[in-house]
Design a protein around this ligand. Structure first.
Ligand SMILES: [Fe+2]
Ligand SMILES: [Fe+2]
Length: 173
């Protein structure tokens, strides 16, 4: 059975992952409405990844016979002033999540809960990738801000989505 403090904090993290899902859908819809299909597609894919993260955490709690409650989530930021704003927000969100993930690993380690500490390892690696991806996208978008079609081309060329990761934790559902 995982440490009680870890279970409580992982339940909170599930809310953060679902909130990230909703936020990325809001970003995707913003771009979709502007007929920027590559940016929209990028954020729809990111949204699905966030949902997957929540479902992996739910699976872990079920597998370890721990209590899990599906949370309501904070409303996403619904409107953006320009093409850069959703990406800036996304990078801040990913940096915040990275801190939350590290904190979860620290709680597990502090409680000698080695299974939970190991469960968090994949998420630590995932956050390094997600912060790097958003940092790259923000840099490119700031450089090309006057020609949004070039940003679209960059995504079509470089951000086409990830292959299935066989090391990913099992998801619920
Ligand atoms: Fe996530
Ligand atoms: Fe993420």
């Amino acid at each position: 059975m995982p440490a009680e403090a870890f279970v409580a904090q992982l339940n909170e993290q599930i809310a953060s992952e679902f909130a990230a899902h909703q936020q990325y859908v809001a970003c995707a819809v913003h771009y979709d409405a502007e007929t920027l299909p590559q940016l929209a597609g990028f954020f729809y894919r990111q949204a699905m990844e966030e949902r997957d993260h929540a479902m992996m955490m739910i699976r872990y709690l079920i597998d370890t016979d721990s209590p899990v409650s599906i949370p309501g989530v904070a409303a996403p930021v619904p409107e953006f002033s320009d093409v850069i704003a959703p990406i800036t927000l996304a990078l801040e969100q990913e940096k915040r999540v990275s801190e939350q993930i590290s904190a979860l690993a620290a709680v597990a380690r502090g409680a000698d809960d080695f299974a939970s500490e190991q469960f968090m390892q994949w998420f630590i690696k995932e956050q390094v990738e997600e912060v790097a991806t958003m940092t790259d996208l923000l840099r490119v978008a700031e450089r090309l801000r006057d020609d949004v079609d070039d940003i679209e081309d960059y995504i079509a060329r470089e951000q086409t989505g990830e292959a299935e990761d066989p090391t990913a934790p099992r998801a619920a559902g």
